[in-house]
Design a protein around this ligand. Structure first.
Ligand SMILES: [Zn+2]
Length: 304
């Protein structure tokens, strides 16, 4: 999703959200026995692990994708748990971090790594250079946002998202070669100016970052853009013949691809004002409308 700037609004963080856990979707996969209590790790395929941060409201999923020569760690969560130590337990391959965008819940552990590939946009360059102070994240680690005990030695008062050094700036259409496995970079701005998807044509997998996940999708913040979001979904829909499964960055791994088309149609009808009923609310001080579609919702600015 993104980051909470100030307010905790019911439209974003439902009370006792964690009572929904564990989500049934995870029961299909083998849970890996490992000593880190903050993250849960699941084996999705022979060569893809999901690293799930279920203790925090964002329920971030990072993915470790193995090639023959390298592993890609797709996003690094919130910087609460030691994701580098965990990833290095799962593979001996050299690890390249690949960011789906630079919202804080995807770059928190970046500073631990020395090989980082990030979308090349002015927005990402700014986020990489400045990180995030704790003060700028409001109640992000407080109250109902977190239900699990923090990891040993973690101090939420001194937590911040540290700046990080990007070693490869990604362009639209770039190919990330892991040895016998290619991740193709597809720029899909809208949720953020630097959102990308990653397509693995050979294995027919499609990582969507926060452009799509099965929960409320934020398209209301000042840096979001509904028109771009729709254009990006046109691209994502066109690519559907080349993937079987969608790998989102929150809540559930490996979900059904027809939802991409549904989200595209939903966003277009919101734009055209033909989408029907919505719930009104305020998120981060911005009046918003939430449109619900069962497996996902779209939260957009009331004024658009
Ligand atoms: Zn996110």
């Amino acid at each position: 999703m993104a980051y909470s700037d100030d307010t905790e609004s019911d439209i974003i963080v439902p009370k006792k959200w964690y009572e929904k856990l564990p989500r049934e979707a995870w029961s299909k996969y083998d849970k890996i026995d490992q000593p880190d209590n903050w993250f849960e790790v699941y084996r999705l395929t022979d060569s893809v692990y999901a690293i799930y941060e279920d203790g925090h409201f964002e329920e971030v999923i990072s993915y470790l994708v193995l090639g023959d020569e390298k592993a890609a760690l797709i996003d690094t969560a919130n910087g609460i748990g030691d994701i580098k130590a965990l990833a290095e337990k799962l593979t001996d391959l050299p690890i390249l971090v690949v960011n789906t965008h630079t919202h804080l819940d995807h770059i928190g552990g970046n500073h631990q790594f020395d090989k980082i590939a990030t979308p090349d946009t002015p927005y990402s360059r700014e986020q990489a250079a400045k990180g995030r102070t704790k003060a700028s994240t409001g109640n992000y680690l407080d109250g109902d946002m977190v239900w699990k005990p923090f990891p040993d030695g973690f101090d939420k008062e001194t937590w911040s998202v540290k700046p990080f050094k990007v070693t490869r700036w990604l362009k639209d259409g770039d190919k990330i070669d892991l040895g016998g496995r290619i991740l193709e970079v597809i720029f899909t701005p809208g949720h953020s100016p630097d959102s990308i998807c990653l397509l693995d044509r050979e294995n027919k997998l499609f990582w969507t970052g926060d452009s799509f996940y099965p929960a409320p999708i934020y398209v209301y913040k000042p840096t979001t853009n509904l028109d771009q979001f729709i254009e990006s979904f046109a691209k994502m829909t066109e690519l559907m013949p080349y993937y079987d499964w969608v790998m989102p960055s929150h809540n559930e791994p490996r979900i059904e691809k027809h939802l991409i088309k549904e989200c595209y149609e939903a966003a277009k009808s919101i734009k055209a004002d033909t989408a029907g009923e919505y719930t009104e609310g305020v998120a981060d001080g911005i009046p918003v409308h939430r449109y619900d579609y069962g497996r996902f919702s779209l939260i957009v600015r009331a004024e658009r």
